[in-house]
Each structure stands twice: as structure tokens, then as C-alpha cells.
Design a protein around this ligand. Structure first.
Ligand SMILES: C[S@@+](CC[C@H](N)C(=O)[O-])C[C@H]1O[C@@H](n2cnc3c(N)ncnc32)[C@H](O)[C@@H]1O
Length: 267
């Protein structure tokens, strides 16, 4: 089941990440509804992280020049590359999608950050990073897709040094609504705190992010309304992969919350 879920996620994101740079329509819709005017150019993402949240994530990780931090499920690396630039810390991004890793490397080059960042193609449950290699970790809007959340959080704890900080945004699942769905229904978490405790973290803050449902619905509806333009610009297969998830999310309403939490790996 876990392997099948990972294959579904990989196939979809590989298509989407390879095609997104061709779509001005997607970029316009995401900027208007998810990113906001103040979001820094060149560091765009496909999640719901705001500039305020990026600042909170950087502050809560507590990193500075020369520290090592990880971005677990980094996508195209926009958020963590911005944090690397602002803090002077060194980034290791991990993602299960080869297109994400290639896109992150290209973006690091384009932003003059190639010397400060490396990207690893791996699932979160088995990153291949050395134990205790990271001073801090982050993950944005991705944990809900991970088929074995205990394994992924155990792995996050393993690669962090004792006392290292982990800062995450992610969606909590509504167990009844995701029952039977691939990926979101495999290992649904309605509250990540017990899993964090089990993995060896002390949770220091755990909060629902403001107006997340309105932002998600508005953004996804705006993208879904552009189907024809997206299919022209991205190609049918990538457009279907993108809209498959978006339409399912609009119809099923699988999430009960979107949270931002910070935790410390126990000594
Ligand atoms: C919505 S995107 C968010 C990407 C990025 N964090 C951002 O905020 O732009 C979700 C990401 O999670 C990655 N992902 C999903 N399941 C994964 C897993 N089991 N291991 C590693 N990456 C995974 C996907 O490939 C994708 O890049």
C-alpha cells in the first residue's frame, strides 16, 4: 500500500513539476490567490505558505549562518531556498519526485544559491541522510501525502541533532472523508501531536493557520476554472494530474485543519 501510494504521488508530481514552468496561467492564479502580492519573486511554491509563515518557519528553526537545515518534501525548493538566502544556513532538500529535485537544483542555480544547497531524491521515510546531520528541519504542506507518518517522523528525528528544531505546515485529515481514498486515506492524521511525541519530539507550538479553508477553496477553484488554458500550456497529462487532486479536494473536503507546528528533538 505504502509503495503504491508513493508511486501515485511521484507520478503526479513528476508531471506537474516538469510542466508548471510552462504555465503563465497557473503562475497568475497561484500568485493572486495563494501567494499574495508580498511573496518574493523567484521563490514561488505550490503550497499555501505565506511570507509571514516563511518568516515564522525561519525564526522557529532558530538557524543562522553555517547551520545545516533540511526541507523534507521540498517540492521546487522555493521556501527553503528563500530561508537559506535570508539566514545564511545550508540547505538539504529531500523530495520523492525527481522533477522536484531537478527543478530545485535549477532554481538554486538561478538564485545564486547552488553553493548553499543540495537536493536529494528520496522518500521521507528513508532519506539516506546521516544521523544527526541537521541542526533543524522544515516541511511545508506535504506530510498529509506520506503513507507512513510514523516512519517519516522517526526519520526526521533520526537526521536531526538532539535539541534540533522541526517546523511544519501540513493538513490534518478528516478520517471519515478520506476513508478509502488512495494516498490521503492510507494513514490519515487528524492530530500530529501524538505521532510527534512517539517519534521523540517535544511539541512547543501547534496552531491552526488563519482562514486556511477559504484560501484553499478560492485558490483551487480559480485554478480549476482555467482548465482549458492549463491543458494548452501544461499538456493534458500534467493538467489532469494537477486538476485530479484539486477537484477531489474541492469535492471531498478531506481536510479538517491546516496547522503550523514547531517541535524539538528530545536530548
Ligand atoms: C504540495 S507539494 C509541497 C512542496 C513544497 N514543500 C512547497 O511548499 O512548495 C507536496 C510535495 O510533497 C512531496 N512528497 C509527497 N510524498 C512524499 C514522500 N513520501 N516523500 C518525499 N516527498 C513526498 C511531493 O513530491 C511534493 O513535492
Amino acid at each position: 500500500m505504502a509503495e503504491n501510494d508513493e508511486q501515485i504521488v511521484t507520478a503526479g508530481y513528476d508531471l506537474v513539476f516538469a510542466a508548471l514552468p510552462r504555465s503563465a496561467t497557473f503562475a497568475r492564479a497561484w500568485r493572486a490567490h495563494a501567494l499574495g502580492d508580498d511573496f518574493p519573486d523567484g521563490f514561488e511554491h505550490i503550497s499555501f505558505v505565506t511570507l509571514d509563515e516563511m518568516r515564522t518557519i525561519a525564526r522557529e528553526m532558530g538557524i543562522g549562518a553555517g547551520d545545516a537545515f533540511g526541507d523534507l518534501a521540498c517540492g521546487l525548493g522555493g521556501i527553503s531556498l528563500w530561508i537559506a538566502r535570508e539566514t545564511g544556513a545550508r540547505l538539504t532538500g529531500v523530495d520523492i519526485s525527481a522533477s522536484a529535485v531537478a527543478g530545485s537544483r535549477a532554481r538554486a542555480e538561478a538564485q545564486g544559491l547552488a553553493g548553499a544547497a543540495r537536493f536529494v531524491h528520496a522518500p521521507l521515510a528513508a532519506t539516506g541522510l546521516d544521523s544527526g546531520a541537521l541542526d533543524a528541519g522544515m516541511s511545508t504542506d506535504a506530510l498529509q501525502y506520506v503513507p507512513d507518518k510514523r516512519a517519516a517522523l522517526r526519520e526526521a528525528a533520526r537526521v536531526l541533532r538532539p535539541g534540533g528544531r522541526m517546523v511544519v505546515t501540513c493538513f490534518e485529515a478528516d478520517a471519515e472523508r478520506v476513508a478509502g481514498l488512495p494516498v490521503l486515506g492510507s494513514d490519515p492524521a487528524g492530530d500530529y501531536r501524538p505521532l510527534l511525541d512517539e517519534a521523540g519530539f517535544d511539541v512547543t507550538s501547534y496552531e491552526e493557520t488563519p482562514a486556511w479553508r477559504e484560501r484553499l477553496t478560492r485558490t483551487y477553484q480559480a485554478v480549476a476554472d482555467e482548465r482549458d488554458a492549463l491543458a494548452r500550456e501544461m499538456g493534458e497529462a500534467a493538467c489532469n494530474a494537477l486538476l485530479g487532486e484539486i477537484v477531489l479536494t474541492l469535492q471531498v473536503r478531506p481536510y479538517s485543519g491546516r496547522v503550523l507546528f514547531a517541535a524539538t528533538k528530545r536530548e
